[in-house]
Design a protein around this ligand. Structure first.
Ligand SMILES: Nc1nc2c(ncn2[C@@H]2O[C@H](COP(=O)(O)OP(=O)(O)OP(=O)(O)O)[C@@H](O)[C@H]2O)c(=O)[nH]1
Ligand SMILES: [Zn+2]
Length: 204
């Protein structure tokens, strides 16, 4: 089981905040930002934000390893690289809670079993829909596949723009952060890494 970061009751027996408490928290932030929470346009905003949070952070309710549980063995001995590239995702940085927008490239070297391709994209989605650092997310995607499928190796590359660097703070728009995690043969065999990179970078 992958460690779902926060389940209720929490470690300290804390119950999940109610919808009303979540809405009140949004109202507080709106007032703190300087707006009037009683004006027409904002009346329903706390409710909408709480609903949006449910969707944007749905990954806390999902278990990546459960998604990866179903595998297929009838692949005529196929044992070469399987790469799903350019999987788009949105996440939120855990420091500022603003968007991280990027693409993930995920590959593995099968050892008798393969995954449904959509499951790879689902795993990116599950870890993306939590508060993240890019490094953590990259490692989580790789290790969840490694731990459930036990392939000969997993390679994950994430390329993303962090809105906390673009919209605030240092305000550098358009910079991309690249992170990689390699396991198994991708870690020990440089030529497997090169093949992964070539396939990721190769354009039509
Ligand atoms: N390593 C890593 N850092 C991240 C990620 N997302 C955001 N950050 C950085 O987290 C850091 C937090 O730094 P702090 O100095 O605690 O916060 P801050 O004062 O808001 O920093 P500034 O962004 O420099 O204004 C910043 O350098 C962000 O750019 C990520 O996915 N990985
Ligand atoms: Zn940030």
């Amino acid at each position: 089981m992958d460690a779902i970061v926060k389940t209720f009751p929490g470690k300290d027996g804390e119950a999940r905040p109610t919808q009303a408490e979540a809405e009140e928290a949004v109202r507080t932030l709106l007032r703190w930002a300087g707006d009037d929470v009683t004006r027409e346009g904002l009346i329903d905003t706390p409710k909408r934000v709480a609903k949006a949070y449910k969707e944007l952070f749905a990954g806390y309710e999902q278990d990546a390893e459960e998604e990866l549980g179903r595998t297929f063995e009838e692949v005529a001995g196929y044992d070469d690289i399987v790469l799903v590239k350019d999987i788009p995702f949105f996440s939120h940085c855990e420091h500022h809670m603003v968007p991280i927008i990027g693409k993930a490239h995920v590959a593995y070297l099968p050892d008798g079993k393969v995954l449904g391709l959509s499951k790879i994209a689902r795993v990116v989605e599950i870890f993306g829909r939590r508060l993240q650092t890019q490094e953590t997310m990259t490692a989580q995607v790789a290790h969840s596949i490694d731990d459930t499928l036990h392939p000969r190796g997993v390679a994950v590359m994430i390329e993303a723009e962090h809105m906390c660097m673009a919209m605030r703070g240092i305000k550098k728009q358009g910079s991309t952060t690249i992170t990689t995690t390699f396991t198994g043969a991708f870690k020990t065999e440089p030529h497997e890494q090169v093949r992964f990179m070539t396939l990721v970078r190769g354009r039509d």
